[in-house]
Ligand binder design. Structure first.
Ligand SMILES: Nc1ncnc2c1ncn2[C@@H]1O[C@H](COP(=O)(O)OP(=O)(O)OP(=O)(O)O)[C@@H](O)[C@H]1O
Ligand code: SF4
Ligand SMILES: [Mg+2]
Length: 362
């Protein structure tokens, strides 16, 4: 156990500097009976102090694994390589005590399921105060006051601190979990699908709050989601993952207005509200490759309408196409032309036909 840190400064506010995160060549391979699942396989990205980065990609592409690697919450037999620098300090070579100290103070998780994160038998205010007490040496009164401030910040009347979790709506519970994650002023928030379990109105409430927190406190954040529309509303930059790799990354507005990777083009089609001229939903046929034995070339090749023999043999590198915007596709220089084609349903139907002719159900 690390000793509690005395606190003399006011706890709420912009006094805790936002964290800079640099992830380099991160590999996370899980052992299974069939061999290692290469869930994350050589990814690099950074989050500047105060930046909100959206990490998107379909189910199973490795998003939660990235979050767990940063928080060091992976099973002990997992093979982890690379570097995770938090304000220049490498988490992967830090001691367990040091990592525990950094968790909560520099890194905080906003869990996906509020029901799991909150204990049903304790009042919510007590739980927030308890999490503060567990890490910082403050009086009961100061912890309670801190909990009141946090409730106000996430838009819940402080009188509701004495409620039990079941007395809250789903959106309120999720906002209470955000309050708990903010309780120690961590410089980097890791939010793994914080709104997935909520209906659209509650989703809006929670995302609106995250947005306001961003403006008020300027923390750094990684927001994990499979919903491009959520990232478009919340994050200034985006990293698109597919089968353990980053396929495209850059400023959200630019990347969504003019995606350069066929997978991002396909994801954009699947969220039609983001494209005024194509209200029709077009899904990407096929499924992720087997991560125990991924294909040698481009991992998206089996589902890509523009795949060539080169794509199947040579893996494309992530290359910068404009300042801050990088793409892993051999044909990124033809992105304008590919974008026009990718907007047409028949282009994706060809991929579906390919899957069907190979006897694999898309
Ligand atoms: N403990 C584990 N042991 C073996 N394989 C695992 C383990 N955890 C995750 N995986 C595998 O790693 C891959 C990535 O999983 P991960 O949970 O990171 O995906 P995700 O992008 O968060 O998906 P989702 O959107 O469904 O949450 C998947 O193939 C998954 O089956
Ligand atoms: S490298 Fe080839 S298969 Fe991969 S996304 Fe680009 S065009 Fe498609
Ligand atoms: Mg996940």
């Amino acid at each position: 156990m690390t000793a509690p840190q005395p606190v003399s400064e006011p706890m709420l506010g912009t006094d805790t500097p936002p964290v800079r995160l640099e992830v380099s060549d991160l590999r996370v391979h899980y052992p299974t009976g069939r061999g290692f699942v290469r869930a994350v396989d050589g990814i690099s990205f950074s989050v500047d102090p105060g930046e909100y980065l959206g990490l998107v990609g379909e189910s199973g592409c490795g998003k939660s694994t990235v979050v767990k690697a940063i928080l060091q919450l992976l099973p002990t037999d997992t093979r982890v390589e690379g570097q995770i620098l938090v304000d220049g300090e490498d988490l992967l070579s830090a001691s367990a005590d040091r990592v525990r100290a950094l968790r909560w103070t520099k890194l905080a998780l906003i869990a996906q399921s509020a029901m799991n994160a909150l204990d049903p038998v304790y009042r919510i205010g007590e739980q927030i105060a308890e999490s503060i007490h567990a890490h910082i040496d403050v009086s009961n009164e100061a912890a309670r006051e801190r909990a009141r401030e946090l409730f106000a910040l996430v838009g819940i009347a402080p009188e509701r601190l004495d409620d039990y979790p079941h007395q809250f709506s789903g959106g309120m519970r999720q906002r209470a979990v955000i309050a708990m994650a903010l309780s120690l002023n961590a410089g980097l928030l890791l939010a793994d699908e914080p709104t997935t379990a909520l209906d659209p109105i509650m989703q809006d409430q929670v995302l609106g709050r995250l947005h306001r927190i961003h403006e008020a406190l300027q923390r750094s954040m990684i927001l994990v989601t499979h919903d491009m529309a959520v990232v478009a509303e919340t994050c200034e930059s985006i990293a698109v993952m597919y089968a353990g790799k980053i396929m495209e990354t850059g400023p959200t507005r630019q990347l969504l207005a003019a995606p350069c990777h066929p997978y991002t083009m396909g994801l954009r089609n699947a969220f039609p509200t983001m494209k005024e001229d194509a209200p029709e939903l077009i899904s990407i046929p096929g499924t992720l490759p087997d991560l125990v034995d991924p294909p040698p070339g481009c991992r998206f090749a089996s589902r890509c309408p523009f795949m060539t023999a080169k794509c199947e043999q040579i893996e494309p590198e992530l290359v910068e196409v404009s300042p801050g915007h990088s793409v892993a596709c051999h044909y990124a220089d033809r992105a304008g032309e590919l974008r026009e084609q990718a907007a047409r349903r028949e282009v994706w139907v060809q991929v579906e036909t390919r899957w069907e002719s190979e006897g694999v159900s898309a």
